[in-house]
Design a protein around this ligand. Sequence first.
Ligand code: NAP
Length: 366
Amino acid sequence: MPRAARKTHEAQHLYWLFTMILREQVRLAPLTTLGVGGPAQYFVEATTVAEVREGLEFAKDRNLPEFVLGGGSNVVVADEGFAGLVLKISLRGIESHNHVKFRFYRVAAGEEWDPFVARAVEEGCAGVECLSGIPGTVGGTPVQNVGAYGQDVSETIVGVKTINRHSLEVVDFNPVQCAFGYRSSMFHSTAEQRYVILSVEFRLRRDGAPTLTYPDVRRALGSVAEPSLRQVRDAVLGIRRSKSMVLDPDDENSHSAGSFFKNPIVTQRKYDTIAEKAQLRNLAMPSYPAGDGWRKLPAGWLVEHAGFAKGYTRGAVGISSRHSLAIVNRGGATAADIVALKDDIQARVRNEFGIELEPEPVFVGF
Ligand code: NAP
């Protein structure tokens, strides 16, 4: 390996190449919330933009596939691991400044999402309070336009700084260019695999009122008529905890990749067919409006009524006892166990309701 000093360290090879530290055969399971999967052939934890670029260059020079890892909260790694470079984005730092009634935050991609939300709430800035308790890093949030309880990040993002994986140029995108949609953006559609997100800029409202559109949040707030940002954050955290959707090492239900399936959005016509199938079983299919002629279906309801109740267990895997959308590793599960359960759920939902559930996590090494 040119320009590299070589050393052995804890049964791993460490290469010093430029400034990045390149490791081999690094176990990925402990870096994910689901806790399954084999090793990365090569692994770089990038703490500077230069290291991100070096990692990408290394992979490009050797024609290796690369996978960009953030908080590991939405990934399933194959038991065989990943034959390529895993680039863990650990860029840190938050800069902020005020402008008129807004505060702008430029947040490095490797910052944990929830501490950023906590800081914004403490600083009296509105716009992300309903997104409290979501695991993962800031860099992952624009990719699927993370949203919950009536807010999504596209409402407050004003810019995304990226590096092009091929040209290695730094490229800035405005929100229109990001092409945000419901739980989607160009980063996992038209421009999938093209950019690594380096930082995200948010524009939050100083002394703004919290968003209170979601009935669950209102209910959790009880009789509080004009809640503060902090009260809304606490209410959302309470709801999420009650579903084991806040990471807690002592809660076996939280050893998951969060919601495993997307909530399907279907045409009114498709909805009518599904509702009819449900009615034959004396079930009333819940749904929500999703724009003209479209309905949104709760995937959790479909999973449950296809025969996978909360608490369902099959060996080392199962369904969270508090949330029917979370497939959990009950200890010692393999990726194959997880995938087998996912396949069965999809098949049963297809048979029972005629609808294809789309998994939400990213599958690595499959
Ligand atoms: P939930 O609260 O049981 O809701 C399931 C589905 O029903 C969601 O699609 C939700 O829409 C919809 N829904 C519920 N009440 C609604 C209402 N009053 N008006 C319109 N739509 C309504 O879902 P959950 O799985 O426990 O998740 C809680 C929240 O976290 C939801 O907002 C969910 O979307 C969000 N979440 C987001 C991601 C992500 O960004 N990737 C992953 C997991 C969960 P909405 O999706 O529009 O809220």
